[in-house]
Each structure stands twice: as C-alpha cells, then as structure tokens.
Ligand binder design. Structure first.
Ligand SMILES: [Zn+2]
Length: 374
C-alpha cells in the first residue's frame, strides 16, 4: 500500500512535468526527403523507456500526448510516434537502482531509488521481463531483439525492435555470474557505470574520481562481456576508465549517448582525441539530444555535433543516442521521436551523401551490434 501510494504520487508529478513535444513551427518536410528517411534503417543507441514501463506501467503501444512545452523528463517514445518519426529500432536502456545509494548519485536517481524497492540484478531481470512482456502483448508491432540480424529482420518487416542495454554495472552487483544470468534473459549491451561508482568503474561526472580507471573487476567484466558477445558501452565512464577499456577491448563497442566536448564543455562529452581513438578502435558514438550535452540551439545544434563526430572520427563512428525518456530536456525541435526525419533532412541539406546519412542514422550502430551480437 505504502509502495503504491508513492508510485501514484510520482506518476502524478511525472505527468505534470512531461511536456508537449516541441514541434517548432516547422515547414513540412518535402515528400522525397521523407521517402528517403523511411528507406533508412534508423536506430537509436539509447532510449530509457523501460524505466517508465517498469515504474508506471507506461504502455509503449499507445500514443501519448504531453501538454507542457519542451517535453522534459520522459514521454518521448511510443510505437505510434516511433512509426511517425521513422524510428525503426533502439537500444532500450535499463536504469537500475544501486544496492546502496551514495552521495554522488544525482537527485532524480535518488528519488527513483527511494520510490522503488528493486535494485541490482533482481531489478535488471525484472526490467528484462518487462520488455519481454511488451513483446508478448504486442507481437505484431514490437520485437525484443537479441542480435543485429534480428534487429534487421524486424526493421525490414516493419516492426519496432529493441535490444536491451544495462545502464551501469550496479545492475550486476559486482558478480560476473550475474552477467550470464542477464544475458540469458536477453541483455546484449552493458554500460560499465552510471552516476555512482561501481565495483567496475568510475563516472566522469564526479571530479573526485579523476584518474581512477577500471578496477580489476572492471577488466574482468569487459572480458566477460566480450566472451558472451555483449556490447560494451563506455558512456558515463571517466577518461581513465575509457583509456583502460580501449587498451583491452577486442570487439567493437559503443559510447551510447554522449556528444562533442569541442562544441559543448560538458563532462559527459568526448574530446576530439577520445573521438579519434574510439573511432580507431571500431567504436560508434551516439549523439544525445539533451540541452546539457549539446548547448543552446535547436536541431542545427544536434546536427553540428553529429557532423563534428563525422569530421573528427570519420563517417563510420557517428550514430544516434538520444537518451529520450532518460529525464533529459531535449533541445527545441528534438522534442520526441517524431523529430528524426528532420535530422535526415538536415544532414542532406548540409550536403552529406545519402550513404553517409544512412550510416549516421543507423547503419553504423547496426554494424557494431551485428558484429558483436551476431
Ligand atoms: Zn545515461
């Protein structure tokens, strides 16, 4: 009863805060550009919708409508709007509470940990179950994919596909055997850390951890992921941890949601040097849509970051990693998943070749997911 009351309270607050997708008084996109966008396989490397599915029973099958401007927080994805925006697939992020909340954990995540009783591996398995349940409920529209090939098949059959990625190793509680348990239930990507240090790695958002790279367990974890063919995600990992991971990774990997430090000095963004090294190691970087990551500006600002990745790391390293539904405030014009046709149109308008646009919109991400997961 106590639990339900807190959930209901949070649901009310969340509904109030969820804003209307900012559909800037945009001119319509010309039909030929829209047709090209629909031809692209569009894949986003990081969307946190399972958090709301688990916490509030958010139904991805129904269209959701928001009332306030700017659409902060969540309510950014559902299947009708994904279809409208030509978004074909995503890596669904699993936001998991740590067993023990420490000071460095950001406030919204502390609220979440206070609201929910679940944490660690139990909650990881629970959330994978929530995604599996969505597939059972929506068999014609939603696929819980376990490989790149399954993603491609679902996309080509017109079904929205999601691959599951853990946001931080607090979700496996410092035990390698838990990675195998989660893998059995469909986990195919693993972020080493979120906002609080784990047994494996340190977040880049806490200056006090500067210089502290992967722990011995962190190295074992990277090796175990590669053995099980789980994609390693270096988003949130501090610079020393990224260095350590790059020195040992044998398979391609991702930095699922980040942006460019040269354009916006935010600790979560990658320096040009890091972008080059990630690209050299076969990594792919997803660009997030949050105002904090990108700096002031609308869709052009998002395009600037995507272009910067292509320029510094090469066309092969660029991807989408919106962080929609991850308690972020998108830049104007990128209010929800219906915004993606404008990214395709914007890249073409800036003179990028169709093949390059296809790579950035999803083919690069699909390449890594397929190489690692099969
Ligand atoms: Zn994140």
């Amino acid at each position: 009863m106590h639990e339900i009351t807190r959930r209901e309270l949070l649901a009310g607050v969340a509904a109030l805060l969820a804003g209307a997708p900012a559909r800037a008084a945009d001119e319509p996109i010309p039909d030929d550009l829209l047709a090209f966008h629909r031809e692209c396989r569009v894949l986003d490397l990081h969307i946190d919708t399972p958090l709301w599915m688990r916490l509030l029973g958010y139904d991805i099958g129904a269209r959701h409508r928001n009332w306030l401007p700017a659409s902060p927080f969540g309510w950014h994805l559902d299947l009708p709007r994904a279809a409208e925006g030509g978004l074909d697939a995503a890596v669904f992020g699993l936001v998991i509470n740590p067993a023990e909340v420490r000071e460095e954990l950001m406030l919204p995540l502390r609220v979440l940990a206070w609201t929910e009783s679940g944490f660690g591996i139990g909650q990881t398995l629970e959330t994978l179950g929530v995604i599996a349940e969505a597939q059972r409920r929506l068999p014609d529209r939603f696929v819980f994919a376990k490989t790149g090939s399954e993603l491609r098949a679902a996309i080509d059959a017109g079904r929205f596909a999601a691959l599951a990625g853990l946001e931080g190793s607090q979700g496996i509680e410092g035990r390698l055997e838990n990675v195998a348990r989660a893998h059995e239930q469909g986990l195919r990507m693993l972020g080493l850390v979120h906002f609080q240090a784990t047994e494996a790695a340190h977040p880049m958002t806490v200056p006090a951890f500067e210089g502290r790279g992967l722990t011995p367990f962190g190295r074992d974890l990277v090796a175990e992921c590669e053995r099980l063919r789980i994609v390693v995600d270096l988003a949130h990992v501090n610079a020393a941890g990224v260095d350590d991971a790059l020195a040992m990774l044998k398979r391609p990997f991702v930095v699922s949601h980040s942006a460019c430090r040269a354009l916006q000095d935010h600790p979560r963004n990658l320096t040009d040097e890091q972008i080059r090294r990630v690209a050299e190691h076969g990594g792919v970087i997803g660009v997030a849509v949050g105002r904090d990551f990108l700096g002031a500006g609308g869709i052009p600002r998002f395009l600037d970051h995507l272009e910067h990745l292509m320029k510094v790391g090469g066309v092969e390293c660029a991807a989408l990693g919106s962080d929609y539904d991850g308690a972020i405030v998108p830049v104007p014009g990128m209010g929800d998943v219906t915004s993606f046709p404008r990214v395709t149109a914007g890249l073409l308008a800036r003179g990028h070749a169709q093949e390059s646009v296809k790579k950035g919109m999803g083919e690069n991400a699909l390449r890594v997911l397929t190489e690692v997961c099969g």
